[in-house]
Design a protein around this ligand. Structure first.
Ligand code: CP
Length: 340
């Protein structure tokens, strides 16, 4: 695809060659993401970071990625402090903000809403999550993490086995990741979910149409045996209309160290898009896994920076100029930020 000026709304936009291009640029970004060097290639550019749903990772990492390229960021959070609370339309909001900034990132609770933002402007718009729809940049950083965790090049992803576990109906990250993995060959998908929270048929159909191996089960232990990657997800409380409905599924799946060590292969990577629900009664990914060498969740969040830097550099057409303004970073930074 031609990235210059493009909006990134869905993983449906990508072919395998596009993924390779993004990952090549992301690899170039690692020295900046790892705080060894700094670049000012987007100096003077401004990002509008509009989040109408809660977020920690996406909002801050999109902003930090733009900052690491030398650009500045203007945020809005929630509807309450936006003029949407006074009835302003998506069209008007998008057009107004586009006069102030050079690129938009939007998270919105309604599927398709980010597309509406993009329809109302010619500046690049990046989908930071649209309701239960998609989260394309999360899928890119997830795939980048899978490749790095297993020391594989992108073309070696063929043949991967992955168990996705939890709320597969409402979880936009698993929708995007499944569609992205379906671009490869001979992927073994095991979808572990209660019947009511199964992966939507449209996403299953995408994987089936490309002859991947698909297993659906409600049994987590059956699902986690003999896979390269476990991808746990949170039961998406905010997508249920009644608290008693959500309560039926809360805590149904919980992976801890003992279960992992008893049932998984030694090289199975443990991933989760985060946030994990660490409240009693949920705990889909137990804290006793913290520090386990195969727990990839914080390497996964770290990978959000080079991936999002790469996308900004590509859609703003400066990917080949990033190193032109490079200097050594001179501030103090500990060698490791991990305490366990
Ligand atoms: N993974 C993810 O999108 O996290 P946030 O909701 O914190 O952005």
């Amino acid at each position: 695809m031609n990235f210059k000026g493009a909006s990134i709304l869905s993983v449906d936009q990508f072919e395998r060659a596009d993924l390779q291009q993004i990952f090549d640029v992301a690899t170039e970004m690692e020295v900046y993401a790892n705080h060894q060097k700094l670049t000012r290639v987007l100096e003077g550019a401004v990002l509008g970071n509009l989040f109408f749903e809660p977020s920690t990772r996406s909002r801050v990492s999109f902003g930090a990625a733009f900052n690491r390229l030398g650009g500045e960021v203007r945020d809005t959070t929630g509807f309450t402090f936006s003029s949407m609370a006074k009835g302003e339309s998506i069209h008007d909001t998008s057009r107004v903000i586009s006069g102030y900034v050079d690129c938009l990132v939007v998270r919105h609770p309604e599927e398709g809403a980010v597309q509406q933002f993009a329809d109302a402007t010619n500046i690049p718009v990046i989908n930071g999550g649209d309701g239960p729809g998609e989260h394309p940049t999360q899928a890119l950083l997830d795939l980048y993490t899978v490749a790095k965790e297993h020391g594989k090049n992108l073309d070696e992803i063929d043949g991967l086995s992955i168990a996705m576990i939890g709320d597969l109906k409402h979880g936009r990250t698993v929708h995007s990741l499944t569609k992205l993995l379906a671009l490869f060959d001979n992927i073994s998908f095991t979808f572990v979910a209660p019947d009511e929270l199964r992966m939507p048929d449209g996403i299953l159909e995408r994987a089936r149409s490309r002859d991947h191996n698909i297993t659906e089960t409600e049994d987590m232990i059956e699902g986690i045996k003999d896979v390269d990657v476990i991808y746990m997800t949170r039961i998406q409380e905010e997508r249920f209309s009644a608290p008693e409905e959500f309560a039926k599924y809360r805590g149904k799946y919980s992976l801890n160290r003992a279960t992992y060590e008893q049932h998984c292969r030694e090289n199975t990577a443990i991933m989760h898009p985060l946030p994990r629900d660490s409240r009693p009664g949920a705990n889909e990914l137990d804290n006793d896994l913290n520090g386990h060498p195969k727990l990839a969740i914080f390497r996964q969040t770290d990978n959000g920076i080079p991936i999002r830097m790469a996308l900004f550099a590509m859609v703003m057409d400066v990917a080949d100029k990033v190193h032109d303004t490079a200097r050594d970073a001179i501030w103090y930074r500990p060698e490791s930020i991990d305490t366990n």
